[in-house]
Write a protein that binds this ligand. Sequence first.
Ligand SMILES: Nc1ncnc2c1ncn2[C@@H]1O[C@H](COP(=O)(O)OP(=O)(O)OP(=O)(O)O)[C@@H](O)[C@H]1O
Length: 565
Amino acid sequence: MYSVKVGCFGLLASRQLLSQTNSIPSYFRGGVCVQDLFYNVVGRKTSTVTSEPVIIRVPRRLQDHIDNVKQVKRKHLDKVATVKAGKLLIKSKNPLLNQSVSYTLGKFEEPVLTSKGWKNSKSFGDYFTINSTQSAPPFLPKTQEENKQDGHGHRRTFAQLRLSSELVETLQSHNITHPTIVQLQTIPKLLRGHNVLCAAETGSGKTLAYLLPVIHKLQEEMPQMAFGEQKMQAVVLVPSRELAEQVTSVARTMSRPFGLKVKVVGGGRGVGSIKAAFSYGQPHILVATPGALLKALWRRFVDLSELRFMVVDEADTMFDPSFVDMLEKILRQTQIAANLSEITGPIRKAQLVVVGATFPGGVSELLDKVTDLGSLVTVKSRMLHYLMPHVKQTFVKVRGSEKVLELHQALKEAEPDRKGVLVFCNSAATVNWLGYTLDEMGLRHARLQGEMPASMREGIFQSFQKGHVDVLLCTDIASRGLDTQRVGLVVNYDFPESHTDYIHRAGRVGRVGATGGEHVLSFITHPWDVALVQSIETAARRRMCLPGMETEIQKPIKTLSQENK
Ligand SMILES: Nc1ncnc2c1ncn2[C@@H]1O[C@H](COP(=O)(O)OP(=O)(O)OP(=O)(O)O)[C@@H](O)[C@H]1O
């Protein structure tokens, strides 16, 4: 195209024309000296127009344009350097934007993003994939230090963590033999009596990391009282009914050999059902949502005076505005030990355990209100707030009107695997609307959203877990803590509104024991989604943690390395 223009102008720029400079149209002169207006085709400026031999000349604007095109081409050539031999980390629709696993961005090098122009409507149909770079999840011990191997080079077992033999046998009967990194780090600290803040990736086994030491200590010092006389020993607070049921099920399985009583109370039910949970006395362990526990406290169904453990799971949600007031009220009624000496003796206080996979900035300020931050020992995993390196994640720029078809296609492709698919929407209304649409298309699915009455919600996640239905349409209530090995695909039908939500939704795959090959697929439709995608793509290309999260746990008082072992 450019050569045609040059050729045309070459005809104009004949010898006669140049010898009669006055006849050159003002468009080419631009109101300045004629010499300035012309360059020869190789880009050198001529000293005088008249003394030069006859050559094809190009007007400045055209030359500038040619220079621009050359520059863009050069830029693209630079990008090719991001592709080296071996596996691709980023695979884009435009291959020039691919990035190899072996390519490392320089400290001051700006990554060129596939999603750069995604606010533009012309970008619909564009996509990129962040490929998995390792098969094993990062939370299984690999290095010698993480393994804390015994003298013979074997991985540490649960028995070596000095847990009771009955607990170890129960774990073994569920094929759980070796602790994950977070379990290796958290269990000994809780057994020793510390208050612990435990921050580790989704699916890394945090539930057992706190339940095992709690159950071990409760069975060790189990009061010699009949059920109905003792007071509550441990409370686990979680943000949703479904998660409460799940944690209860794990707690019951693990405490069965010791006869510990575990009860659950969740929101959305009347006071009657809460009262019923305590009709035969106080359980040893109560798993509760904050609202239900507050109701139980106000009506004096429960007594926290002899509490030994207060666990706050899914801390980022529990400390967000929807729960924080309730949480504050509960923690103010709990006697939290400020040091090791306060967990023993006749007026002993409770150990506090705060657990989560994301700790956005500000959590420590909130914690500061309810407890002495100085008493918390922090266990923080290496890959906290990083994108999961063992799960493939694809981002597609798609028109709103085409999302249903894209989803239909993704569900059809996933069908032969018979694995579960979680489809996340940003609102209950979208879950319902999408549900009706999938019904029309004849696609079997279940729905789970927070505006459903508790009676309708009951059992939905379990039926998905058991494989009675393969597709679950849900809001973020299913993104926190819910565990299932059968999810093969997570679809962000609506793109999440924060990094935290993205981490938790994506974290429903790639969990301990997952078989591999899991995938997260995100649809990006709105211009306001683009900034978040760009920051995720930047973090992936730079192999850094997600921005805005690095200030997490702002005042870790004692980190793992500082603490006396
Ligand atoms: N040491 C282990 N070996 C094998 N499997 C384990 C081990 N620890 C936990 N698991 C299993 O790993 C899965 C994930 O554990 P869990 O739900 O506790 O993760 P999590 O870290 O709490 O995740 P989330 O942040 O999403 O709440 C569960 O199915 C659990 O049974």
